[in-house]
Write a protein that binds this ligand. Structure first.
Ligand SMILES: Cc1cc2nc3c(=O)[nH]c(=O)nc-3n(C[C@H](O)[C@H](O)[C@H](O)COP(=O)(O)OP(=O)(O)OC[C@H]3O[C@@H](n4cnc5c(N)ncnc54)[C@H](O)[C@@H]3O)c2cc1C
Length: 495
């Protein structure tokens, strides 16, 4: 075997790629992993979904697979490949158990499964799929570098700052990759005898691709939190005839505060940095349009806030709260990463600190009267006063007669200080991608597998449509890790 020849080449070293590399190497394949950046450890996520893991059994959690898959497929109005959903639900536990046994436990860490993470109202149906990567001190444990170490221990080689430019084919079979060094621009070719696995993530920071594949996403999002997502892996597969999803799918946080007067057509910040972060955006606060009018039930999956805003002028929302809200956040009983206190990410004090920082930066407004708040937020004062008064009346009566929000989530906004934030979406990742079958083989437009080409994670499609079902927490990470593992195993078995 010459130096540039491998069995399996994995493109992208994050959740999907790291797991693909480990799985292929475990099967005895000679594996090369390339990534255009020089590290990926921090991209391995702390909340991972699965069904039927050892951690869930220990916590007494049982999830009805039929109910869950029917929910996921209904959430996407069946614009998904149900076979892929079943492939995930039946393989997620093996993947997550492998991670815990082979990567976390040797480092004194483990998975905590959340037994109480359920809601049963129709709009807020939630499943306790989430596992948090933690240790005995309940700290967040960043394990990505251990996955990379494990892949190396299993024999995989890593080349950083090495970007996939094109795929090489011979007689319709994918046989290798053309790469460019992102520092030196040196172009190289690598041969893959058994397969190439595309694990290059989404395209949310490539505005030209967003305009083509997800134009509304450019309007409802004001931040792209995955700045390296340029879609280049997907484009390389399209060049050789791959088929991709025809409608967008995305994971959006309703946590992107912006200065008053922001035009979403001109504001799209692509950064890892903590710009404008407004964690409380995902709490069911009183939320209004830019005319100061309440337009829907705020108690819903994160992304629905931003979907609702697309039917309103300006594509943004305004959240309103007061000091008393800050002291009663636990009453909202938020779940997933918006859960207050461990195993959520923020506590009341951290929320207060974030608000204080954003006020200083001009992203959040504070006022001692509603009139002053209306002026600072540039909202029609009479509309804001009417919306707050009506809301307070419903809170006092314990019934949201406008839109039916759950009564335990009705917190009045009576005395100052009053706060308000204009906010839009934070695009965490795009989720539409290359069409794959249940062996993770990339399909051509006739629905046939392109020999020796695989995809997993956000570079692959068929699994999500439209909004992300965040009430199945950890699903994107698990989708990437589970399908990455399956792709690695499949590719390693080729002749
Ligand atoms: C702030 C934040 C928090 C999140 N938290 C969670 C969570 O807790 N749970 C959850 O389920 N999901 C979470 N997500 C979503 C989750 O991170 C993604 O769904 C997941 O990372 C997808 O993994 P992936 O391997 O498919 O792609 P990515 O993680 O996007 O990785 C793709 C890799 O490919 C590399 N690459 C791209 N193009 C090329 C190329 N041409 N050549 C070589 N390399 C290339 C990139 O450098 C990158 O390292 C979060 C996202 C964000 C932004």
């Amino acid at each position: 075997m010459n130096m540039n020849e491998y069995d399996v080449i994995v493109v992208g070293a994050s959740n999907a790629g790291g797991m693909a590399a480990c799985a292929a190497a475990e099967k005895g394949a000679k594996v090369l992993v390339i990534d255009k950046m020089n590290s990926t450890g921090f991209l391995y996520r702390l909340s991972i979904a699965a069904v039927g893991t050892k951690a869930q059994k220990k916590a007494g959690i049982e999830i009805d697979k039929y109910k869950l898959i029917n929910y996921l497929s209904a959430f996407a109005q069946d614009n998904v490949d149900q076979k892929l959903l079943w492939k995930w639900v039946n393989n997620s536990a093996e993947t997550v158990d492998w991670l815990e046994d082979n990567v976390l436990k040797p480092h004194g860490s483990h998975l905590y499964a959340q037994p109480d993470a359920e809601y049963h109202t129709l709009i807020n149906t939630a499943f306790p799929t989430e596992h948090d990567v933690t240790n005995d001190k309940h700290e967040d444990v960043f394990y990505g570098k251990w996955v990379v170490e494990k892949a190396k221990e299993l024999g995989a080689e890593f080349l950083w700052q090495t970007k996939l430019e094109h795929l090489i084919t011979e007689n319709g079979v994918v046989t290798g990759v053309v790469t460019k060094n992102t520092k030196t621009s040196e172009v190289k070719k690598f041969r893959a005898k058994k397969g190439v696995i595309i694990c290059t993530g989404g395209y949310g920071s490539n505005e030209a691709l967003m305009a083509k594949w997800n134009p509304l996403g450019l309007k409802k999002n004001v931040y792209s939190d995955s700045p390296r997502d340029d879609g280049s892996g997907q484009v390389a597969a399209l060049e050789i005839g791959a088929w991709r999803d025809e409608e967008p799918a995305e994971i959006i946080f309703d946590r992107g505060s912006v200065p008053v007067g922001t035009n979403t057509n001109e504001y799209y910040v692509k950064s890892w940095e903590d710009v404008g972060y407004f964690w409380m955006g995902s709490y069911p606060l009183l939320k209004l349009n830019l005319n100061g009018e309440r337009v829907g039930n705020e108690s819903a999956p994160y992304e629905f806030d931003m979907n609702r805003a697309t039917k309103q002028p300006g594509y943004l929302q305004v959240a309103i709260w007061n000091d008393a809200t800050m002291d009663n956040l636990q009453k909202f009983h938020t779940l997933g990463c918006a859960r207050l206190n461990w195993p959520g990410f923020y506590n009341t004090e951290e929320n207060k600190q974030e608000i204080a920082t954003r006020i200083k930066e001009g992203f959040i407004q504070k006022a001692s009267t509603i009139e002053e708040l209306a002026e600072k937020l540039n909202l029609p004062v009479e509309n804001l006063k009417a919306s707050v008064n009506t809301y307070n009346k419903m809170c006092a009566e314990g019934e949201d007669t406008q839109f039916g929000k759950e009564d335990f989530r009705l917190l009045p906004i009576k005395e100052g200080a009053f706060y308000g934030a204009v906010y839009g979406g934070r695009l965490l990742a795009t989720l539409d991608g290359l069409r794959v079958n249940t062996k993770m083989q990339v399909l051509n437009k006739a629905g046939e597998a392109i020999p020796h080409l695989y995809a997993a994670g956000n570079a692959s499609g068929g699994f999500f449509w439209g909004s992300y079902p965040d009430h199945v927490p950890g699903l994107t990470c698990s989708h990437a890790q589970t399908f990455g593992r399956l792709a690695g195993q499949q590719a390693a078995c080729n002749n």
